[in-house]
Design a protein around this ligand. Structure first.
Ligand code: PLP
Length: 403
């Protein structure tokens, strides 16, 4: 990426100039959450200073203004993910709530006992447990040592009890970008709908839900430079009309009596209660931020950093990378010899490098490799070659301490 563009991007993130343990912060935990640009931070501030009112119900100007801001972001998100209608965009608290919503509502409508959900072996817990809570048996697509799914095995998992395929677009632990277009087409040949967990995808790769032809697509604002506490559940209109509401309360109703309640139209049927309006406003600014740089520019830059970091890591004796699929996203999970990932992470932190350690909410992936966890460095658009160099040299420095 052009150095002046990169500098101007970094200047938009106040936290990146902060000091950690007396050193400049090198933030490499972007798969957990990205940092927020000033436009996002300031939009939330200015919403609460000048526009705050509860939406949809007010007759006064401020409420109308807040409602307009909220609904405009829905249209923005519709464009961002290529949904056919803004009614197909439901605001939630994040990917986890989006998947819980679909699992609970879909199960109520379509589960009948002996229900199976096909997922990959690299799912985040939030795309496993909601289905288990809904009563499903998980049927798991295995992956090889590089982190590539076995699509023949996938084909063999379909049977008369298969109700839905629920798979991640990008693995948060291995970085694998799954061939979801092909997988969606296969599921549809079996007459089975598909939910995509796009938590790790939307900020790093172009997503077009209409071209993908997926039935549900879920993601979080905070992993795409937006605020925490807001996310999206995209659903195909026809399916959203078939499944019942997830939560009951204000806004999701058409008419309530003690005997019987009828529900509001899409998307309000799935948005019970007061939403996090200020965060939705911030999400709109996050979408603008990504679009202002361009997703292809972002992906190219992150891939360059990933390649540099991978080369450096491979040069360290005893370093082992987990997840080496072609075309993977900028997530680098690794171990060094028998050192515990937590020790590596703690030592790196002392040198100002923020990485994540542990199972990354993917315990089945750890079981697959027979390891307790990994160290994970993950890159975003504001990371630099200097960040990668600092990370690698910090690793060299901590190596002798790892025994
Ligand atoms: N799915 C994947 C692939 C993730 O990486 C994450 C978060 O790390 C989630 C789901 C859950 O996202 P959230 O905690 O924002 O709901």
């Amino acid at each position: 990426m052009d150095i002046s563009l990169l500098r101007s991007i970094r200047a938009q993130f106040p936290i990146l100039s902060s000091q950690i343990h007396g050193r400049e912060l090198v933030y490499l935990d972007n798969a957990a959450t990205t940092q927020k640009p000033l436009t996002v931070i300031e939009s939330i501030d200015s919403y609460y200073r000048g526009c705050n009112a509860n939406i949809h119900r007010g007759t006064y100007l401020l409420a109308a203004k807040a409602t307009e801001m909220y609904e405009n972001v829905r249209k923005q998100v519709q464009g961002f993910i290529g949904a056919r209608k803004s009614e197909e965009v439901v605001f939630t608290r994040g990917t986890t709530e989006s998947i819980n919503l679909v699992a609970a509502s879909f199960a109520k409508r379509f589960f009948s006992g002996n229900d199976e959900v096909i997922c990959t072996g690299m799912e985040h817990h939030s795309n496993i447990v909601p289905w288990q809570l809904a009563g499903a048996t998980m049927r798991v697509i295995p992956f090889n040592d590089s982190g590539v799914l076995d699509l023949d095995a996938y084909q063999d998992l379909f049977n008369k009890n298969t109700r839905i395929v629920a798979i991640c677009h990008v693995s948060n632990t291995l970085g694998t970008v799954n061939p979801i277009a092909e997988m969606i087409a296969i599921a549809h040949q079996h007459g089975v709908p598909v939910l995509i967990d796009g938590a790790q995808a939307v900020a790093h790769t172009k997503v077009d839900v209409s071209a993908l032809d997926c039935d549900f697509y879920c993601f979080s604002g905070h992993k795409m430079y937006g605020p925490m506490g807001v996310g999206v559940m995209y659903g195909r209109e026809q399916l959203l009309n078939q499944i019942p509401p997830y939560q009951g309360g204000g806004e999701m109703i058409e008419n309530v009596t003690f005997e019987h309640t009828t529900y509001n139209a899409l998307p309000y049927k799935f948005e019970a209660g007061t939403p996090s309006v200020g965060d939705v406003v911030g999400l709109g600014k996050a979408v603008e931020f990504i679009q202002s740089i361009g997703i292809d520019t972002i992906a190219k830059h992150e891939n360059h950093l990933l390649e540099t970091a991978t080369r450096g890591l491979n040069a360290i004796p005893d370093a082992k990378i987990f997840g080496t699929a072609d075309g993977k996203a900028a997530v680098l999970s690794f171990l060094i010899g028998s050192a515990h990932p937590y020790d590596v992470g703690t030592l790196l932190d002392q040198l100002g490098i923020a990485v994540r350690t542990g199972h990354h909410c993917t315990q089945p992936v750890m079981d697959r490799y027979g390891i307790p966890g990994t160290v994970r460095a993950s890159f975003a658009v504001y990371n630099t070659e200097e960040d990668v160099a600092a990370f690698l040299s910090a690793l060299e420095r901590v190596l002798p301490m790892l025994g």
